[in-house]
Design a protein around this ligand. Structure first.
Ligand code: SF4
Ligand code: SF4
Length: 419
């Protein structure tokens, strides 16, 4: 296992982290025996960064991890979990949730505590409610060691958040197709330039870069002199960036874990040759050629006066057509664009008012208005609102279950402190 240093803290973290969002399941629940074996085996092979969150597995991931890290495993790793902004209405909620998380994880400190999935809007809410003071206090009294945030907004919001607090780490989506999406390469170098550790999620774009490889892309990997699986090409490309600290992989198959551990023994920064980088570039170009909208995610076209999130519309639209995952895309569309949860107003393609300003600035000269009509045809049928309602319901149930767990823990604590 290779390790990289977080400049700001001097801590050495394993370049492969274990994400506990997609643990193996059995009959709809975490397969505890198998998942425990996997987590412990990864730690035995050098992984020292384990990531979870209150919302994962509908509130079951943290209690599972608390049990899995018994027998001395907790002391061997850096434990990361997250504060869910959707469950915070007041400053006191932050202390209450952290207290419950410490209990569920059976520990007296969280090493890396992140605000979960924030963008510009939810950060403003958390800042107004006192998140900076809460994090300072939790660090001072030892409940957390370091603070960070996970992010799903645009680059401007990312830089604003990085500059707004003395963070030690951030967690961003990054892979060879998302160089210009969300925080992207610009965000990666910005945060690393401030000495922050940068943890990467979705290095395989939710598995799409390894599971459903189009024939034309597979041919590029097959022609390369060096033989690697599509997953290995994608992981090595991310680790090739010296600014990357840890790559999180939601690993739930034994063979995937073994493959990732093997690559993490060898993936030094800047170790890919120019020829190898050219091969990845070819794959990127081929993917882009297969995409229906040749959008690079540069975001020159936003904000749109009608509120359409143009690059996000195209990202989901392309994902559905390149990877053939229409069902996932139909859920993602209302989830990302329907104004669900903290994200605020809807940003659907059909909101376009045809002012034409986006087409004037698009460096790819895309017929944005016509493409948005196609997006709306694909995703805004009779089922869109129903899916949005279902997603809202699912989020509500997840929050409720996590909230109920937190309350149970609180009640047990107050019972034991009285007796
Ligand atoms: S043409 Fe439509 S999508 Fe483009 S900026 Fe105007 S309203 Fe927004
Ligand atoms: S300006 Fe064009 S390429 Fe850039 S994000 Fe907008 S649609 Fe995509």
């Amino acid at each position: 296992m290779l390790y990289r240093k977080v400049k700001k803290t001097g801590e050495e973290l394993s370049i492969l982290g274990f994400g506990c969002m997609r643990l193996p399941q059995k009959r709809g629940r975490i397969d505890e025996k198998r998942a425990t074996r996997q987590v412990r085996s990864a730690i035995d092979q050098g992984v020292n960064y384990i990531d979870t969150a209150m919302m994962y597995h509908m509130g079951s991931s943290e209690p599972f991890l608390g049990r899995a890290l018994a027998d001395g495993y907790r002391e061997r790793i850096n434990l990361a979990t997250k504060l869910p902004p959707g469950m915070v209405d007041a400053r006191a909620d932050m202390d209450r949730l952290l207290s419950a998380q410490l209990d569920m994880l059976r520990t007296d400190r969280i090493d890396y505590y992140l605000l979960h999935g924030i963008d510009g809007k939810s950060w403003n809410k958390m800042r107004r409610l006192g998140a900076p003071e809460f994090l300072d206090k939790a660090k001072a009294d030892g409940r957390i060691r370091f603070a960070g945030f996970s992010f799903h907004g645009d680059i401007d919001a990312f830089k604003e958040i990085v500059d707004a607090y003395d963070w030690e780490i951030c967690l961003i989506q990054y892979n060879y197709l998302d160089e210009h999406n969300q925080a992207g390469t610009a965000g990666l170098t910005y945060a690393a330039g401030k000495g922050m550790g940068v943890i990467i999620m979705e290095p395989l774009r939710g598995g799409n870069l390894s599971r459903r490889v189009p024939t034309a892309v597979q041919a590029i990997w097959d022609e390369a002199d060096v033989k690697r699986s599509p997953a290995e090409w994608a992981l090595r490309w991310v680790w090739n960036h010296p600014e990357v600290t840890v790559v999180l992989s939601g690993m739930n198959r034994d063979d995937h874990i073994e493959e990732n551990l093997r690559i993490a023994d060898e993936a030094h920064p800047e170790s890919l040759s120019d020829e190898e980088l050219e091969i990845v570039n070819k794959a990127v170009e081929t993917y882009r050629g297969l995409m229906k909208a040749g959008c690079t995610g540069c975001r020159y076209c936003v904000p749109c006066p009608a509120g359409v999130d143009i690059p996000m519309c195209f990202d989901i639209y392309n994902g559905a057509h390149v990877f053939g995952d229409k069902i996932v895309a139909s859920v993602l569309y209302p989830l990302r664009l329907g104004g669900i949860g903290d994200s605020g107003k809807a940003a659907y393609a059909s909101l376009c008012e045809h002012c034409g300003t986006c087409e004037e600035v698009c460096p790819q000269h895309l017929p944005i208005q016509a493409l948005l009509e196609d997006v709306a045809k694909d995703f805004e049928g009779w089922g869109t609102k129903a899916v949005a309602r279902l997603v809202n319901l699912f989020l509500g149930v997840s929050r409720w279950r996590a909230f109920r767990r937190a309350r149970q823990v609180e009640k047990q604590k107050s019972f034991f402190s009285r007796s």
